[in-house]
Every structure is written in structure tokens, then in C-alpha cells.
Design a protein around this ligand. Structure first.
Ligand SMILES: NC(=O)C1=CN([C@@H]2O[C@H](COP(=O)(O)OP(=O)(O)OC[C@H]3O[C@@H](n4cnc5c(N)ncnc54)[C@H](O)[C@@H]3O)[C@@H](O)[C@H]2O)[C@@H](O)CC1
Ligand SMILES: Nc1ncnc2c1ncn2[C@@H]1O[C@H](COP(=O)(O)OP(=O)(O)O)[C@@H](O)[C@H]1O
Ligand SMILES: [K+]
Length: 484
């Protein structure tokens, strides 16, 4: 599990570390890491380090100090370094002195546009942890002149460190080198950060509980239910799926199929698409209604059930069943329109809601703002449910405030029906007794991995994502297993 800390918590941790470290030592450690990454990018993009030209964009604080020290280290490797001082009176003095001693040049912003268009690499030391809002003044004006790859120091300047929001001019980095701990921006706006490289500066012992968490492959594999020698089809939990309609049976086929492929055990389907589901998935016990479905250990409800009277009835029945529920698609819209339907839920019964941004706005009554983390936490509290907010970065909040983040490698999941596959995965994990927060996070991880494996660089349908679930699970459980 990877931890991610907000600036508030990082500041406190850094203050404790600084107090116990000789002055300047941390910055030099950080800056050395920046220089190593800069040399690596130069070699990657131009084939050489010696004789290459690097521009430093230097702001008013320690972020600029890091860039200046990194510039002085690059000088030792024969790189031509020019620093653009954006705020000359507040430039980091020791860093500037080091750059000057090493033979680096210094220019004003007025003369920088041509430089930025011609160098081999730009190091962004404009702002770091203290950033507030988009870039202003000279920094804002210069961004448009950058023609080379950018190495961001700590984070791409102009992007909010805690929310990843971009509200005006901001840097887009090829790579970001960060120190001590990952910050929210690195997972909330991966597009702006590029590849993120973490440099150890000895901060780990000072960091408390992380604010956000990211599951790695090992966590997902460990959470995923696996049958033991004494298990049978019932002991692993039976998944119920109440989805689809006679007109739209596809959602039922996709959600049911995902539950079939996710875990061993058994899947029941209840709804008007029973014939179609049976024809596609002969191993599913399909009936026409929730009442006839028999016992299950968790329900998936929503995909394709419609937002009318009938769908409302199905949702109510499922919530009354007293087992964990994953409510997706139309079920979330119904909850937003008819909140009283939630009275049917037995208090304490786990509920997972999986809205996309539009459904989220319906559930909460307002548009999703810049702070997606705060919004999803608030919704989880309001509904006393695990809320999974979909997107390229998927967030999963528990009612107690814990948040998991899943960053999709690609965007191929932006295709019709892929959400139905996700709900089936979550339902199967809930039926298997997995903690709902972990279930939603692990399912999101497998879902996006399945999309990558299925797509391999070209578009993939939701059926293709579904078919790649076994590959994704094999990949996680047996990382060395030969790929098909
Ligand atoms: N504290 C530590 O332990 C370490 C900090 N390090 C570096 O220090 C950085 C933090 O440094 P600082 O706290 O000095 O502050 P920053 O360098 O992040 O910001 C400098 C100043 O920029 C101004 N500013 C804020 N938003 C702006 C905007 N939108 N446009 C223009 N100017 C803006 C503010 O006046 C702020 O004080 C980290 O990101 C990291 O790069 C590293 O040297 C490693 C060690
Ligand atoms: N740009 C994107 N990059 C990565 N994943 C995405 C992107 N857009 C959507 N997704 C994912 O695709 C799925 C879409 O679900 P949803 O919007 O419910 O679609 P549908 O209703 O068609 O099934 C979600 O898991 C979401 O996180
Ligand atoms: K920066």
C-alpha cells in the first residue's frame, strides 16, 4: 500500500526532520536527486549530458533553491545551466551562490523566452509545497514559451498540491521528482506530473497515517478471495445481480459476467433479462425477480434497471435483504431522486455507491468542484456508505474518511458498459466477505488493469474488458506467469 500525504501533514513531518538535520542537508539531498533525473532525461531525449543546455525556472522559495542546487550539480557534469530568476529579491541565497560558483548563468525573465524555446531541458523550480492557485506574473507568461521536456521539482508549478486542480497557467511535466513522500497532486493529476520519481530524504519515520492510499498489485492479490480445500460453491459467498431490462439486457450480461469471472462460487441473476443472461452465462442461476432469486451474500443493483417505478421496487427489495449492496448507475439516480428508498436499508449493512461525475452531482445536489477528495469524503459520510467516484483517477471513500486512489494507466475504460463490469466485480468481492472499502478499491484496480491488458494500445469494448478479467487476476496473483 502506497501512502500519500497532504501538504499540511508533510509540513509538520518536514519540520520535525529539519530540526534533526544539519542546515541545508535536506535540500542538497533533494537537489542531487533532481540533478540525477535531469541528466537521465537529457540522455534519454538527446543522447548526451555533456554540452547540453538546461534552463532553471526559479521561484521565490525552497523549490527554487532545489532547482539552483541541482543546476550547480549539473554544471559538474558539463551541462550549460542558465537560471531565470522570477523573483530576484527572494531567490534562495545559498542555492544562487552555489550556481554562480559552479559557473552557471543568471538572467531576468524579460530575456528568457528565447532561452526556453532553445534549451534541451527545463527544470521547474517555480513553486512547490507552498503553491496557491495558478501561476501568475512572469512565470505565467513564460510557460507558453517552453519547447523542451520539463522536469518538475516536487510538483508541476501552478497545479494545486492537494487537489491537483488547474485553474490557470500551469506547468505540464515530462517527469516530476518529489521528496520524502508522494503528494495528492501526483495521483490526482498524473497527466500534469508525467512520471513521478520519489527520492528518499529520510522523511518516512516522521510521516504518520497517510491521507490517501493507493493499493499495489500485492495488496489487491492479497485481498482477492481464493477458495480453500474446504470451500464449496456456497461457502465463498453467492453474488446476486439485479440489473438490465428486457429492452437493455446488455448491462445484465456484463455485470453478471464480471461477477462470474471475479471469484469462484456462484452467481444468481434476478430480472427481466434472465433468458439472455442464461444464454450467455450458463453457470448463472437466473430468475425473473429478486423475490424468486434465493439467498445471496451480496447484491449488485442498478445497471440498466431504469429510473421508473419498477427500478425503484427492485432497489427497495435489494436494500431490504440485509446483505451488502453495490448500487450502481440507475440505482444511484433513484437514491438521489427518492432518498426515502434508503429507509429500507438495515442500519449498518454495507453499501457501496459507484457514481460517475454526473450521478455524483445528482447524489450530492451540486456539481463536483475542484476538490474531488473532499467531495467524495463528504458523500461517504452523508450516505454512510463507501463511495467510489469514477474517472481516470478513481477515488474510494469510506464513511470514516479513509480514501483509496486508483490511477488508470490508460483511458480505454471510457467506453459504454465498462461501469457495469466494475459493479459486477465489486459485488463478487462483497459476497466473498471482503471489506467494502477494500473491495471497491481492489475491483477498481483489476478493472483498469483488465482494460490495459485487453486494449494493448487500441480501443477495447466493455466485453473485451470483461474477457480480460482472468488475465488481470493472473497477472496480479502470479506476476511471472507467461502472458497469453
Ligand atoms: N522543507 C523541506 O524539508 C524541504 C523542502 N524542499 C523544497 O521546498 C519546497 C517548499 O518551499 P517553500 O515553502 O519555500 O515554498 P515554495 O518554493 O513552494 O513557494 C515559494 C513562494 O512562492 C509563492 N507562491 C505561492 N503560490 C504562487 C503562485 N501561484 N504563483 C507565484 N508564486 C507563488 C509564495 O509566496 C511562496 O512562499 C518544496 O516543494 C521542495 O521543493 C526540499 O528542498 C526538500 C526539503
Ligand atoms: N478517461 C478515463 N480514463 C480511465 N478510466 C475511465 C475514464 N473515463 C471513465 N473511466 C472508467 O470507466 C468506467 C465507466 O463507468 P460508467 O461511467 O458507469 O459507464 P457505463 O455506464 O457506460 O458502464 C468507470 O470505471 C470509470 O472510472
Ligand atoms: K515545481
Amino acid at each position: 500500500m502506497q501512502g500519500i500525504w497532504t501538504t499540511e501533514h508533510l509540513r509538520a513531518a518536514e519540520a520535525r526532520l529539519l530540526a534533526a538535520t544539519p542546515e541545508g542537508a535536506l535540500m542538497q539531498r533533494a537537489a542531487f536527486g533532481v540533478a540525477v533525473q535531469a541528466a537521465d532525461l537529457l540522455a534519454e531525449h538527446t543522447g548526451h549530458v555533456v554540452g547540453r543546455r538546461v534552463a532553471l525556472l526559479v521561484g521565490a522559495g525552497n523549490n527554487g533553491g532545489d532547482a539552483l542546487w541541482a543546476g550547480s550539480f549539473l554544471r559538474r557534469r558539463g551541462v550549460a545551466v542558465t537560471a531565470v530568476l522570477l523573483n530576484p529579491e527572494r531567490t534562495h541565497a545559498a542555492g544562487l551562490a552555489a550556481l554562480r560558483r559552479s559557473g552557471g548563468r543568471v538572467i531576468t525573465p524579460a530575456r528568457a523566452s528565447q532561452l526556453l524555446e532553445s534549451v534541451d531541458l527545463v527544470i521547474d523550480g517555480i513553486i512547490g509545497l507552498s503553491a496557491r492557485g495558478a501561476l501568475r506574473g512572469d512565470a505565467a507568461a513564460l510557460v507558453g514559451h517552453i519547447g523542451a521536456p520539463v522536469l518538475a521539482v516536487d510538483l508541476p508549478s501552478g497545479v494545486d498540491p492537494d487537489t491537483g486542480a488547474v485553474t490557470g497557467p500551469a506547468i505540464t511535466a515530462t517527469r516530476t521528482v518529489t521528496f520524502g513522500a508522494r503528494k495528492p497532486v501526483h495521483v490526482l493529476n498524473p497527466e500534469r506530473c508525467g512520471e513521478v520519481v520519489l527520492i528518499d530524504i529520510g522523511l518516512a519515520p516522521e510521516l504518520g497515517e497517510p491521507d490517501l492510499r493507493r493499493l499495489d498489485g500485492v495488496d489487491i492479490a492479497a485481498a482477492w478471495p481464493v477458495p480453500g480445500p474446504h470451500d464449496n460453491k456456497y461457502t465463498q459467498g453467492v453474488t446476486g445481480v439485479a440489473a438490465g431490462s428486457a429492452t437493455y439486457p446488455g448491462a445484465a450480461v456484463l455485470a453478471t459476467g464480471a461477477a462470474v469471472l471475479a471469484t469462484s462460487g456462484m452467481v444468481r441473476y434476478a430480472g427481466p433479462a434472465a433468458d439472455v443472461v442464461r444464454a450467455r452465462w450458463p453457470e448463472v442461476i437466473a430468475t425473473g425477480s429478486v423475490t424468486d432469486a434465493g439467498r445471496v451474500q451480496a447484491w449488485v443493483v442498478g445497471p440498466g434497471i431504469g429510473t421508473g417505478q419498477e427500478g425503484r421496487g427492485v432497489l427497495r427489495q435489494v436494500l431490504e435483504a440485509g446483505v451488502p449492496v453495490c448500487a450502481d448507475a440507475d440505482a444511484t439516480t433513484l437514491m438521489a431522486r427518492f432518498p426515502e428508498v434508503l429507509d429500507a436499508r438495515e442500519p449498518g449493512t454495507p453499501l457501496v455507491l459507484t457514481p460517475h461525475a454526473g450521478e455524483f452531482a445528482r447524489l450530492t445536489g451540486h456539481e463536483l468542484g475542484h476538490d474531488r477528495v473532499a467531495a467524495v469524503r463528504e458523500a461517504a459520510r452523508k450516505y454512510d456508505a463507501v463511495v467510489l467516484l469514477k474517472g481516470n483517477t478513481t477515488l474510494v471513500a469510506a464513511p470514516d474518511g479513509r480514501v483509496l486512489v486508483n490511477v488508470a494507466q490508460g483511458s480505454w475504460l471510457a467506453t459504454a458498459g465498462s461501469g457495469d463490469v466494475l459493479s459486477g466485480l465489486i459485488g463478487a468481492l462483497l459476497a466473498g466477505g471482503v471489506d467494502p472499502w477494500l473491495a471497491a478499491g481492489a475491483a477498481a484496480g483489476v478493472h483498469s488493469l483488465a482494460a490495459d491488458l485487453a486494449a494493448r494500445g487500441v480501443p477495447v469494448s466493455a466485453s473485451g474488458v470483461l474477457a480480460a478479467i482472468p488475465d488481470a487476476l493472473r497477472h496480479l496473483r502470479h506476476p511471472g506467469f507467461p502472458r497469453p
